[in-house]
Design a protein around this ligand. Sequence first.
Ligand code: ZN
Length: 502
Amino acid sequence: MTAKNTLQTLIDQTKETAVLQSIEELLNWDQRTQMPAKAANYRAEQITLLSGMIHQRTVDPRRGQYLTELAEEVSSQSDHDGDVIVLRLLKQYEKEKKIPLRLVEEFSKARVMAHQAWVDARKANRFSDFAPHLETIVKLLREKTDAIGFQESAYDVLLDDYEPNTKSSDVASVFSALKADLVPLISEIGESSCRPDSSIIRRPFPIADQQTFGTSAAKAIGFDFEAGRLDITHHPFCCTVGPKDCRITTRYDKNYFNSAFFGILHEAGHGLYEQGLRADQFGLPTGEYCSLGIHESQSRLWENMVGRSKSFWKHFFPLAQNSFPQALANVPLDHFFGAVNDVKPSLIRVEADEATYSLHVIIRFELEQALFTGDLQVNDLPAAWNQKYQQALGIHPDSDSNGVLQDVHWSEGLFGYFPTYALGNLYAAQFFDSAANAIGDLDLQIAKGEFVPLLNWLRSNVHQKGKSLSASDILQSATGESLSHQPMMTYLREKYAEIYSL
Ligand code: ZN
């Protein structure tokens, strides 16, 4: 075969695997939004069969052979589609090849056990029931990082699964600078005598009206409902079933505005990224999201930098008052703006406000690192957790369930995942700044409900790049800067200065 034919064969096979993956996604979406409870066992059979087929195709030795042959002709600096595809797929193939099958099987069994143990331990509020399972997970992940190999730290290997080519030492230094600036900002806010009236957003908001209002906002920022859907679920997510088929979900609380509305903007932000990827490259690295951090930057940008801005509500607040006359008719815009931006240290990450959120993430990142350097033992995790919450947020978890046991991630073996949430915040602020500089009157446009110029900027500077650049290269090419916590801090300071008269 000529190199050109080999590349085409490889692309065809990879795209075919993507078809199988998209069927698996559809089954997952259905399971989380529509499936009747009694269908769970057969659904597990469907998914197990499909995952097995997908795995076999990915580790097929012929594929490895094609990739190795093609890689010999490719320069690692190239950004040509074909070269990007070969390099990214080869990296993934070689990584997977190094993990022994025994370890893959042991790990997937351990995850199932650990997840169930976590559910039970959380209910019983007893970390010690979960600890032995977590020890197994950490032990198996250590074996995995040893099998793959690393230069600086084992944690880099874990991080690479979610934020490729990112060094944890770089993340650590930006995070500690961020923490050093966030902690005093949050206590300044706590000491301020100005307090937004947060009861405004905890009034009756009829669910049908929330649905209509949230959908119209998602449409207004550019989410294409002819290539996507919005449904209801317990744990909101965004998933892509195909190049023109992005599914977002939310949950409604009839007495709380923020949960569904900002949830929809968040997931629609993820959805805009997915809808902005190159459709003809679906299933290939050139048409795939860059990293979880970049993905999260898109959701956070629309949820917070746009959706929690004064400009956004200049346009949307009169519409909200029409939709929810009972709750909002007599509320001034400024009061509403304060209420949706209220800052208060709390125990639960997923309920945290924009300012404290990153601290929840940094705490988890520090603990994960300590577990993998061996500085921290699993049994000492609850005490270390509580101490860090006390130091960073000035609060002490009342139970393990509201502390160290609150997140599902560790029970599923997802170590190295948390930092991408806070990286998303940092990238978002950097992108937003650059977009504002390039566009000029961004605030004015947002206040008029015009989002096309911002979306177009994101399309060409972030979405269309797919995985052809690493996260740090996308950041560099879009903003001219490397990762920094400064834009995020400037943005937060400016917003809270107004609300809390800092
Ligand atoms: Zn997200």
